[in-house]
Ligand binder design. Sequence first.
Ligand SMILES: [Zn+2]
Length: 481
Amino acid sequence: MQDDARSSRSLAQISRRRFIASTAATLAAGAAGRVPAFAQGPSRTLIKGGVVLSFDRGVGDFDKADVLIEGSKITAVRPDISAQATVIDATDMIVLPGFIDTHHHCYQSALRNVLANGLLSDYFRDISGAATNHYRPEDAYIGNLIGALRALDAGITTITDLSQVSNTPEHSDALIKGLKDSGIRALYAYSRGSGAAAKYPGDVERIQKQHFASSDQLVTLALGTAVNKEQWLLARRHGLRIFTHVVGGNPGVGPDEVMKLGDEGLMGPDNVYIHFTNASDAQIRRIKDTGGSLSIAAPIEMAMRHGMPPIQQALDAGIRPSLSSDVETTMAADMFSQMRSVFTLQRALINERSIKGEKNLPPLLQSRDVIEFATLQGARTDGLESKVGTLTPGKEADIVLLRTDLFNTLPFNNAYGAVVTAMDTSNVDTVFVAGKAVKRAGKLVDVDLASVRRQAAASRDYLVGRLGWPRSVIDTSISGH
Ligand SMILES: [Zn+2]
């Protein structure tokens, strides 16, 4: 009977989705993947009886506790809450803050895995130097939409998008629309594009006025920059956080160039440095001394020859980094991959020194540390610590529920350890963004997967056709593919 009720409701939803998909297909920016819910649920939700990891030392972590959500906010975190609310049974679940990915180029999502064996040089040749030139606004839109939906599906509730495809103002608008339609919390870090019609960074004022009039919205604005004084000053004139790729050994973008801006007093707490590889200890310490943040993309840095991820240098300097996925053309964009990579890498580095006889070594990273990197430190990096990053009453309810009763974690013995050393995205059961359930019982809510799939494939077909790449999924004839 319940099944009957469900199927008649889903039929109604399907026809509405079809309608939206066919209507929106005629729009330049493509169709929305997320359909607004028909009925507003009650504004109070009680997540009951889960293992609660708040990542707020004042609140604490619990073997068993409840989390109360009212509207968009968390209002209580403790055992045995009673309230008139929709109850979500969190038995056999870990309840923790949503993951935060502090650096991702979402627009490339339709080109997932094309450069699975690629180095940076392959990336410059094929992605930033070729594919990006062919993007239409609708490709930018669907790339950002599926990048953001993939993130939500993986329990990432906040993403920093540095889509370097602002080839025209319409491209920037489409990128923003893709993020907004997904329902994710995002920093849209407006970045460069390619071609003669690119207006970066001069279009920032229009973008800010048109799309970001309020600071109290899910998607907010930042600036993705080069190591460039004028761009940093422009960001500051507009009150925007500054996200900058820094890769030592590459001309113009290394730590040496950053230090020159530092010498002019331009390194500050609004700077986020991505990668920061091949730096000296003193250069890393300067990030700490000037209050800046670090975003480490360990799997990408290791696979693509950016240099050794500076995890130990950062820890030695007293920096707690955030983690980021970077490009899905080469690597998975979930935070389980990120956490496991940085955890095993730091321990490998320290263990090797121990085996060689070194004494008084820095501490080994613990599981809890890397979950904190993927949550609280992400919020700090994105300048969103007052809103998200911990389960703290008063903060926005960005919450993830992870199943502990699946084959990869049963029987369940260690909360931090299971998250970091055992789980993957199949454990992500429920995801809330600002108190709204965007994933329930392992499925994204109100997303028309068939429509999203069609648009993604159409965009991929167009781009790959323009690029003249082989259309076989087993052809590895181009270097890095
Ligand atoms: Zn990047």
